[in-house]
Design a protein around this ligand. Structure first.
Ligand SMILES: [Zn+2]
Length: 318
């Protein structure tokens, strides 16, 4: 019997339930939606979670499509899922938890007696560290971003190669390999011995079906590669950026990008032009180094210094 919150499944069974983490402002207890898929055969344990950032819904799209396709009779091992992590932010479709104005993915490993976000982080960290592998499904919030997988443990970590392999198995085609800030699940869980990556499934308001499809494929690739499902998955080379450069607007106006997401950019090549509301050219901004256009703002209007785009740099493949 495998139990997660109120969900319990014998080998060959699936169950859903709630993982209680506290009370809302009216004193009602609340719980995160959870699922346990207990394979008929023994094997590894995978933990997946979505909506750690409350406006990042593609991961919720992935899980809601993956679970109905999983047959525990055909599974070796166990899948533990928290379908919506940032309960309070999800309710209001915001990025950060409105109860403590905190970003969940800076609160790991959490604290069961701490702030609202730290309590949720602690509860989900307890689940994640029961597993052999973790997928923490994110996206570039509501900005526009390529589909990629982030390896956040840092190149000197003892689980670095394991995290790289997990990113490769997810097979988005692009990997960001850069040590993340403190408090990320993908940094805290490797310290407990669990290889962890953040699939970053595009960026949109609501759902992006193309990014969700890549996420669904990624989960099944991982399940096949690590022996949860029969079959073989051929690992292929991933294009890897090892850092980022961000570009801001030199003045106010309307931005016109000259490249598409995923395009190669060369040093001194124009990244975007800035015009007045009447289309009069004001300025243009060039790339400082070679790279790949990785992420851009969604809205065309900018103020001086406002974020416009990011270029993934130090690009290689592995
Ligand atoms: Zn996120």
């Amino acid at each position: 019997m495998t139990t997660l919150g109120t969900a319990s499944a014998e080998p060959g069974e699936i169950d859903t339930g709630r993982l209680e983490v506290g009370e809302t402002r009216d004193g009602s207890s609340f719980g995160l939606p959870v699922a346990v898929i207990n394979g008929a055969e023994p094997g590894k344990t995978l933990y997946m979670q979505a909506a750690s950032d409350g406006d990042e819904l593609n991961g919720v799209g992935v899980i809601s499509r993956v679970v109905p396709r999983l047959d525990p009779a055909e599974l070796s091992g166990t899948i533990l899922i928290v379908g919506i992590v940032n309960y309070h932010a999800f309710q209001v479709a915001e990025h950060r938890n409105p109860i403590d104005d905190t970003k969940m993915n800076r609160a790991y490993p959490g604290n069961e007696n701490g702030t609202s976000s730290e309590r949720i982080a602690a509860a989900t960290f307890d689940v994640g560290t029961r597993a052999d592998l973790i997928l923490d499904l994110h996206q570039g919030s509501t900005s526009r971003m390529i589909d990629e997988v982030r390896v956040r443990c840092g190149k000197r970590h003892r689980l670095y190669e394991d995290c790289l392999e997990l990113a490769k198995a997810f097979d988005c085609g692009y990997v960001l390999d850069q040590k993340g800030p403190d408090g990320q699940l993908a940094r805290a869980a490797p310290d407990e011995g669990v290889p962890t990556v953040d699939p970053e499934l595009g960026g949109c308001v609501g759902w992006d079906e193309e990014s969700i499809r890549k996420g669904v494929d990624g989960v099944f690739n991982v399940l096949t590669h690590y022996g949860f499902l029969d079959g073989t998955f051929e690992l292929t080379r991933q294009t890897r950026a090892n850092s980022f450069e961000q570009y801001g607007a030199p003045g106010g106006g309307l931005v016109r990008l000259t490249k598409d997401l995923g395009d190669r950019v060369s040093r001194d090549e124009v990244l975007f032009e800035l015009t007045t509301p009447f289309g009069e050219p004001k300025d243009s901004v060039t790339a400082d180094t070679d790279g790949i256009l990785w992420r851009t703002r969604r809205l065309p209007q900018v103020a001086s210094g406002e974020y416009v785009c990011s270029v993934g740099t130090d690009v290689d493949s592995y």
